[in-house]
Design a protein around this ligand. Sequence first.
Ligand SMILES: Cc1cc2nc3c(=O)[nH]c(=O)nc-3n(C[C@H](O)[C@H](O)[C@H](O)COP(=O)(O)O)c2cc1C
Length: 239
Amino acid sequence: MGKFEKVVAICGSPRAEVPDQKSLTQKMLNTFLEGLAPPQVRVFFPHLMNISYCKGCLTCWFKTPGICDIDDDMGLIKEEIEKSDLLILASPVYVDGFSAQTKTVLDRSISLLDPLISIDEEGHCRHELLNPRQWSSVLISTCGFSELDNFDHIRNHYRAICRNLYWKNAGEILLPASALGFVPRKYEDKFQAITNAGRELMEKGEIAEETMNFISREIVSATQYRDFLNPFFKKLKQR
Ligand SMILES: Cc1cc2nc3c(=O)[nH]c(=O)nc-3n(C[C@H](O)[C@H](O)[C@H](O)COP(=O)(O)O)c2cc1C
């Protein structure tokens, strides 16, 4: 019996599911799900849904607890998240953080919280969950540049969310130099490791540090990457 029954994934790349465009975020997510092989899974593509920004009206806290004032597709995502035991956030790095599509879903998730503030064991302010329960979560991300430190902000942001929403951080799958993601054979061993990571998570409840390090290891220097990509970019600019 695996560790997780019901999985919800948010695929926050606006290129996912778009004909003639290849989203590496989606490829990583699909590869991970192959290994995870959960009994039930729902994958949401926020850019293909009707999801508005949070208005900050706090109706979901003070007027209709847990129910957002905006009646749109976020209701369905929230309903599924509440029934799940594992949440996967799959987002490309956009301007050093989550894509707007992913961030909008995260903002709208404040309806999961109770407004009353409590102090945690580190003396830090937190909101309690409106309906306390156990969740695990995983971050899947890719970025255009070649250095691993391009994930510093999204990773810190994700870890802060885990603390604030009471998610157990079960792993972070980070793949830099996304331009290599669709180059034949370049990332084959990394994709294999991403499938293994999914399997590990289902069997053990978390992904081994070693597996995550293998996936995120930089395989080209910044200058090699620049020299590989710039000729393509020059051609594209001339069209
Ligand atoms: C609006 C925008 C902002 C981006 N910002 C960054 C960035 O700050 N750092 C980075 O390394 N890559 C950045 N990228 C590159 C993407 O992370 C990269 O192309 C990634 O592969 C996109 O994921 P996808 O293939 O799933 O669409 C950005 C791309 C776009 C379109």
